[in-house]
Design a protein. Structure first.
Length: 570
C-alpha cells in the first residue's frame, strides 16, 4: 500500500482521475511520428495525381502533413501540460540531426519550410504552456479551497460526495459512515460559538491524525459534512467486522477527554453506516441510508454504531416522501398557499407563502412532513423556489391591480440560503413577476443563529442590501442568545405558536411572551405572533403590545384564488 497522508492522497488521486488518459498521450505521439515519417516520403515522391484536369505533384502535400503533425505537438501541451511540452521538445530536438543532414549535407532546401512550421508549433506550445502554468497556479489554490472545509481543514462536503461518486463509478466496495456529534448545540449555547468551533477543530484533528496513521487497518477518508456532521468513507476491508473496528477506533479517539479553556469536555457521537453495494447501489442512497442509520441511533439517544437496514421504518417513509417530492416537482404539484397576516386593527399586512403537495387523489401532504425530507435530500432549494414562484405569480398580479403596500413572506431553509446562486435565483423570480424588494420578506428560522451564524450573516447582509426584509421564524424555540439576536439584521420577529398556545395558561407564560415582545421592540424589530386561534389570545397580545398576528382566528392558509379576494378588500 502506498503510504503517506491518507486523506491528502485520496484527494490527489481524485483530481488526477480528472486528467486526460495515458492512452490519448500515446495516440498523439504515435500520430505525430506516423505523419512525420510520411512527410519525408511525400516530400521525396516524384509522383503526381490529377485534380480538376491538372497534374499535381504529391510532394506539394508535404507542407500539409507537417502542419497536421504539428497539431499533435500543440495538442500534447494542451492536454498533458508539462509532460506534453517536454515530449514536444524531445520530438523536435530528435529531428535536428535529420534536418541538418537534409539541408546542410544533402542540400535538400525543400525541407526548410517544414522546419519553420515545426519551430513555430513549438513556440506556440511554449506560449500555451507558460499561460497554463500561470492559470494552474491559481487553480491549485482554488482547488484546495473547493475541497477544504475552512474551519477544520478537513475535506468538505463536496470532496466527500466526489469520492463516493468515484467509488460507485469504479464499483469499489466501501462503507459510508455518517457521524453526528452529540449535544453539540448545547456546547454552542452554553459555552459560546468559539468554544463550539474549537471542539469541531479538535475532533477533526484527532480524526485526521487517525486516518493518516493507517492504524485502523482500512483506508479511511474523513470529511466534515456540515455543522457537527462528519462523514467517514472506509475502503479496503475484508469483512463487516473490519468496518466496525475502524468505526470503534474513531469513536474511541473522539471520547478521549478534551480540555478547552480549563473546561473538560467528553464528546460522544452517533455513527450510522451503509455498505456499498450491499445496502445501496448509488451515491444518493448510500448517503441517505448512512444518515438514516445515524438518525435512528440518535432517536434512541445512543452514542454507538448502527448499520442501515431496510426495516428502519421511517427510512421507508422518507424514501417514499422523497419520491413524492420529486414527482410533485416534475408534475407541477407543489402549490403555494397563502396565509394572511394582519396588524392588530385587522388590516392586512401581507401573506406568508406555505408549501403544499397535492396528491393524485386530491389530498394534501403537509410541509411539516415533507419539508424535513426535502432538506435532508437536498431538494429543498427546488421546493422553496417553486413555492416562491407560485406565490410571486399571485402576489405580482395582486399588487399591480390594487397598488396595496402589503408584503409577501417566504420560508427559506438554511441549506438553500447558503447556496451560491441563491441571490440570482431569488432576483430572477422577483424580476419575472415584478416583486419590489421592499415588499418581500425572507423567513429564516432561529436555528440558523446557532448552526452557521457567521456565514449566514454574510448572506443576510447581501439580502438586506438588496432591500429585502428578514424575519426570524419560530422565535423562542432555538435558545439563541441575545448577542446573536442583536447582531442579526432582522426586521421582524415571529413568536412561535407553541408559546401562543400556552400563553393564557399561567401568568409566567404570558409574561414570557410579553418579554419576547419587549426584547423585539428594544432591538427595533416588529413582532408578529403566529398561530393565534382565540379571542382571548388576541386580547392578551393586544394588551402586551404585539404588532401583528397570523393565525386561524383571522385567516387560514388559502389557495391563491381565495387569497386574492382579501387583497382587493383591503
Ligand atoms: P411556519 O413557517 O412556522 O409556518 C406556520 C405554520 O403554522 C403553518 O403550517 C401554518 O399553517 C400554521 N398555522 C398558522 N396559524 C395557525 C393557527 O392558528 N393554528 C394552527 N394550528 N396552525 C397555524 P404549515 O403550512 O403546515 O407549515 C409548517 C412548516 O413548514 C412551516 O412552519 C415552515 O417551517 C415549513 N414550510 C412551509 N412552507 C415552506 C416552504 O415553502 N419552504 C420551507 N423551507 N419551509 C416551509
Ligand atoms: Ca414561516
Ligand atoms: Ca414559525
Amino acid at each position: 500500500m502506498n503510504k503517506g497522508k491518507n486523506i491528502d492522497l485520496t484527494l490527489k488521486e481524485l483530481s488526477r482521475q480528472k486528467e486526460s488518459p495515458k492512452s490519448l498521450y500515446i495516440l498523439f505521439v504515435l500520430c505525430y511520428v506516423v505523419i512525420s515519417v510520411n512527410v519525408v516520403k511525400t516530400a521525396r515522391s516524384s509522383g503526381t495525381f490529377m485534380v480538376a484536369g491538372q497534374q499535381i505533384p504529391v510532394s506539394y502535400f508535404a507542407g500539409v502533413l507537417t502542419s497536421l503533425a504539428n497539431i499533435f505537438i500543440v495538442s500534447l501541451v494542451v492536454f498533458f501540460r508539462k509532460i506534453g511540452f517536454l515530449t514536444g521538445i524531445v520530438i523536435v530536438v530528435a529531428q535536428i540531426p535529420f534536418w541538418v543532414m537534409s539541408i546542410v549535407v544533402m542540400h535538400n532546401f525543400t525541407a526548410i519550410p517544414g522546419v519553420f512550421t515545426t519551430v513555430f508549433a513549438l513556440v506556440t506550445s511554449f506560449i500555451i504552456f507558460i499561460n497554463q502554468l500561470r492559470v494552474e497556479k491559481y487553480q491549485a489554490s482554488m482547488q484546495i479551497q473547493v475541497v477544504t472545509d475552512n474551519l477544520t481543514k478537513l475535506p468538505n462536503r463536496f470532496a466527500c460526495t466526489e469520492l463516493i461518486n468515484d467509488l460507485v463509478q469504479k464499483n469499489d466496495r466501501f462503507a459510508v459512515v455518517s457521524v453526528d456529534i452529540n449535544n453539540f448545540k448545547s456546547i454552542n449555547d452554553t459555552m459560546g460559538h468559539e468554544t463550539g468551533n474549537e471542539v469541531l477543530r479538535r475532533v477533526s484533528d484527532r480524526w485526521k491524525e487517525l486516518a493518516d496513521s493507517w492504524k485502523t487497518g482500512t483506508v479511511d477518508f474523513v470529511g466534515r459534512y456540515g455543522g457537527d456532521e462528519y462523514l467517514i468513507v472506509i475502503r479496503e476491508f475484508e469483512k463487516e467486522e473490519d468496518i466496525l473496528n475502524t468505526i470503534k477506533a474513531y469513536k474511541s479517539v473522539l471520547e478521549e477527554k478534551m480540555t478547552i479553556d480549563d473546561c473538560d469536555f467528553f464528546m460522544t457521537a452517533c455513527f450510522g453506516y451503509a455498505i456499498y453495494p450491499d445496502d445501496a447501489d448509488n451515491r444518493a442512497s448510500m448517503l441517505s441510508y448512512a444518515d438514516v442509520a445515524m438518525h435512528e441511533m440518535k432517536r434512541e439517544h445512543g452514542d454507538s454504531i448502527l448499520r442501515f437496514n431496510k426495516d428502519m421504518s421511517h427510512a421507508e417513509k422518507t424514501l417514499e416522501l422523497e419520491r413524492k417530492i420529486r414527482e410533485a416537482l416534475d408534475k407541477d404539484r407543489i402549490l403555494s398557499y397563502l396565509q394572511p397576516q394582519f396588524d392588530m386593527s385587522h388590516k392586512l399586512r401581507g401573506y406568508e407563502a406555505l408549501a403544499r403537495i397535492r396528491e393524485d387523489d386530491g389530498s394534501f401532504i403537509s410541509p411539516g412532513e415533507f419539508i424535513p425530507v426535502a432538506e435532508s435530500t437536498g431538494l429543498i432549494d427546488l421546493v422553496d423556489l417553486r413555492v416562491f414562484e407560485k406565490a410571486a405569480e399571485f402576489f405580482g398580479k395582486a399588487i399591480k391591480k390594487t397598488d396595496a403596500k402589503i408584503s409577501l413572506s417566504i420560508n427559506i431553509s438554511v441549506r438553500h440560503l447558503m447556496k451560491n446562486n441563491f441571490i440570482d435565483e431569488i432576483t430572477g423570480i422577483m424580476n419575472k413577476y415584478g416583486i419590489p424588494a421592499d415588499q418581500l420578506e425572507l423567513e429564516i428560522t432561529e436555528s440558523i443563529m446557532i448552526d452557521s451564524f457567521e456565514k449566514a450573516l454574510e448572506r443576510i447582509n447581501e439580502v438586506k442590501q438588496m432591500g429585502l426584509k428578514v424575519a426570524i421564524d419560530d422565535f423562542g424555540t432555538g435558545y439563541s442568545s441575545l448577542s446573536y439576536l442583536n447582531s442579526f439584521p432582522a426586521d421582524l420577529l415571529k413568536v412561535d405558536k407553541s408559546f401562543i398556545d400556552v400563553m393564557n395558561d399561567s401568568d409566567s407564560s404570558r409574561q414570557y411572551v410579553a418579554t419576547i415582545i419587549t426584547i423585539g421592540h428594544i432591538l427595533n424589530l416588529e413582532v408578529i405572533s403566529e398561530g393565534v386561534e382565540t379571542e382571548e389570545q388576541l386580547k392578551t397580545l393586544e394588551s402586551i403590545g404585539c404588532d401583528h398576528i397570523q393565525g386561524f382566528i383571522w385567516g387560514k392558509p388559502l389557495p391563491p384564488e381565495e387569497a386574492e379576494k382579501l387583497v382587493t378588500a383591503s
